[in-house]
Ligand binder design. Sequence first.
Ligand code: BDR
Ligand code: CA
Length: 316
Amino acid sequence: ENLLLMDVDCGIDDANAIILALSAFRTSKLLGITCVNGNIRVDQVVKNVAYVLEICERDDIPVFAGADHPLVTQHVHAPPFHGTDGLGDIKKRNDNPEWKDKVLREDHAVHAMINLINQNRNKVSLIMIGPLTNLALACRLDPTFPSKVKDLTIMGGNYQGKGNITTAAEFNFYADPEAANVVLETFPDVCTTRIVPWESALASYLPWDWVTKKWFCQGTKKSQFTRNILANVLDNWRNESPKGYTSSDAVAVATVLDPTIVKDYVEVAASVETDGRLTKGQVVIDWDNRSNRSLIQVITQINLKKFKEMMWNSTL
Ligand code: BDR
Ligand code: CA
């Protein structure tokens, strides 16, 4: 059985990713969900995660609230893609506060991460699908933390300089570049570190016809929910990615649940630009490894057919 720990800024594609992770309950156990400021403020992230768990009927998954601010930089949020509540401003949002109380634990997300990893040394796959603030803090609080993680998968950054929040930067790395830099400085030496960069997420689109005419119409609660959270912001997603829906965070989870889905990757040294006038948050790939850093795996291609199948099954 694989043990998973997810850190999220729940977000529409984070919701897809959580639903996907929970759908693999036969082979993978989700130990908990830690929340971070990102697409929206962390208190709203917690509410959204609780809502997703309510839809999945999984009140056994503990949720932890984490950093409410990036380490150094100012907040950036992503309302055009995720709505002002992070879940597409669903009109009749019927989540109940009791559910939140049921799943939310008192520990801070960073402490929870450290504790859960200590209790399951070298057994947990850590999946980061928001800004890396909580993880950077965990590394600083416990410098041995990275050496106790089985493997780390991050949705974030880029490797060909293509951005989404700015011309040059992907949202999760831009939202907390200092944290991303700490993570890329500490993890690769002691832990298998993979990123699903923006370019690969974008190439892993789910065709719009399939999404709107098939996936949204499965007639299940989770399919309905997926349709609802995308309804108000669908046009914005379509404009950004005309060929299909880019569920970036779900791609990252899929590579952990089924590593055979990865068709290609490059192993490179990488760091993050923290102050560039035009390039803040961009990943700088050191193709010839002049820096002599430990390498990370940058996933460049996944099996789209398999991914689509996994997404289909996740909402049944
Ligand atoms: C990432 O940014 C967020 O808006 C999404 O949830 C995803 O984690 C994509 O760049
Ligand atoms: Ca996210």
